[in-house]
Design a protein around this ligand. Structure first.
Ligand code: SAM
Length: 447
């Protein structure tokens, strides 16, 4: 609303008219003279559209002049060098905080296929991600400007009508980045994907937690906790930090609910999409989104359940996040179920503090966690310290893994085996000395 917008590859103007309804001004650019003429005939009366016949790869705009750059099916017609250069220019054109929206046809089975005189690049979505994350613009001595992902997902309409998830959209934002934050990584997403959740680490974690799971107790705790939700067919569940999909698959298969699995790690999401195929779960039953849960918005009162397993430990402002969950849930019985790493109240050992710092976790005691949920407006809040159950699960995960040592090493290697078993023993030690806790939280949204 009231924003300065440019639409690149505006064509005959299907989107131009929509954008112009609320924007202050829209610049519609296309190199096809005839398309743009039709666009002008249909939409010129709106009075806030400027039409420019031109090639987007040669286009220039004043620095920091735009709130939104919109393109639909454009980058697939540009080669890799052109795409990268365009992302770089667009970063300059955007005002800080401004957004870039794109929708492209992605990964068809034949990969990066080119066709005829109008070569179309059907890229893997990760390729677009690599392009936009590699560009930056100088800001001041401590900061740079770059892009942060708001959301990347398959287009809903294509899933509903064609059961096809190859149409992918991105909303990304120009943000100021402190060169020193995220332990040297350009974004929190990059930190997750490169540090704790590299593809190899995810597969190692999955090995000990169980197929499709990356959280405490795998399918066993999932069964126990999901039973508290009294799910009904057709209900909508938001799985926050859904990982590689285990919880979402379990809920959709056993209770007929539709799940949105949102996760910031693209490695997790890639493996999750693969697991969905293996499990025969359609994209209509479980829809994966790559997005930062702290930034992503959903329609108010649009979910019956918000579910999140061992994820919110990564998020600092838990109150703001819980307020969002509250908004997304339907009133009068919308349910929230969370399990999460916690800490004991009071002081902690230096060793525990170093572990928490190295992981970038932000932990609360179970009691403080429950209070934060109440502060966000939730009622019937149950905050349970499940540390004894946690310790028992850790012991059983360790002994199962030790019993399968040979196969583990054959499937991975000795380093992988040692890192998992030693990591689990250290985790158990932290729980036994009392610093680390594990909490289960249940709450409802009142009428
Ligand atoms: N819930 C899954 C499960 O039970 O198997 C995965 C749990 S894994 C321990 C934590 C997940 O949280 C990771 O997949 C990580 O990428 C995700 N995550 C961390 N911060 C996030 C954020 N701000 N937004 C969305 N997901 C996030």
């Amino acid at each position: 609303k009231g924003k300065a917008v440019i639409e690149l590859g505006a064509g005959i103007g299907r989107f131009t008219s929509e954008l112009a309804k609320t924007a202050k001004k829209v610049i519609a650019v296309d190199f096809m003279d005839s398309f743009l003429k039709k666009n002008e005939e249909d939409n010129g009366h709106m009075g806030n559209i400027e039409f420019i016949v031109g090639d987007v790869t040669k286009l220039e705009q004043p620095e920091e002049s735009l709130d939104l750059i919109f393109s639909n099916w454009l980058l697939m017609y540009l080669d890799d060098i052109e795409v990268q250069a365009l992302f770089q220019k667009q970063l300059r054109w955007l005002k800080p905080g401004g957004h870039l929206f794109l929708r492209e046809s992605c990964r068809q089975q034949s990969g990066d296929k080119k066709r005829g005189a109008n070569p179309t690049h059907y890229r893997d979505p990760e390729k677009y991600e690599a392009f936009y994350s590699s560009v930056s613009q100088p800001c001041d001595s401590d900061n740079i400007y770059g892009y942060d992902l708001v959301v990347s997902k398959s287009v809903d309409t294509y899933i509903k009508l064609k059961n096809n998830q190859d149409q992918v959209l991105w909303l990304i934002q120009k943000v100021k980045k402190d060169k020193a934050t995220n332990q040297g990584f350009k974004s929190f997403q990059e930190f997750l994907d490169n540090k704790q959740y590299s593809s190899r680490s995810i597969l190692l974690y999955e090995r000990i937690f169980g197929y499709t799971f990356v959280s405490t107790g795998g399918v066993e705790t999932t069964k126990e906790f999901v039973a508290l939700l009294n799910l009904k067919p057709g209900q909508k569940v938001l799985d926050v930090g859904g990982g590689i999909g285990g919880g979402a698959f379990y809920m959709s298969k056993n209770f007929g609910v539709k799940v949105t699995s949102v996760d910031l790690s693209s490695n997790m999401t890639q493996i999750g999409l693969q697991r969905a195929k293996e499990a025969g779960v359609s994209c209509d039953q479980v829809q994966f989104e790559i997005a930062d849960a702290t930034k992503r918005e959903y329609a108010e009162e649009s979910y019956d359940v918000v579910y999140s397993r061992d994820t919110i430990l990564h998020i600092a402002d838990k109150l703001a996040l819980f307020k969002k969950f509250y908004r997304f849930l339907r009133p009068g019985g919308g349910k929230l179920l969370i399990s999460d790493y916690c800490c004991s109240p009071g002081e902690h050992s230096e060793k525990f503090k170093a572990y928490v710092k190295q992981r970038g976790y932000i932990l609360l005691s179970p009691e403080a966690y429950g209070k934060t949920l109440e502060q966000a407006g939730f009622v019937d809040v149950r905050a349970e310290d499940r540390s004894t159950q946690f310790a028992n699960i850790l012991k059983s995960e360790i002994s199962k893994t030790e019993a399968g040592k040979e196969n583990f090493i054959a499937d991975f290697d000795e380093d992988g085996y040692n890192s998992i078993v030693n990591g689990w023993k250290e985790k158990l030690g932290r729980v036994e000395t009392g610093d680390q806790r594990w909490g289960l939280f249940y709450a409802e949204k009142p009428s």
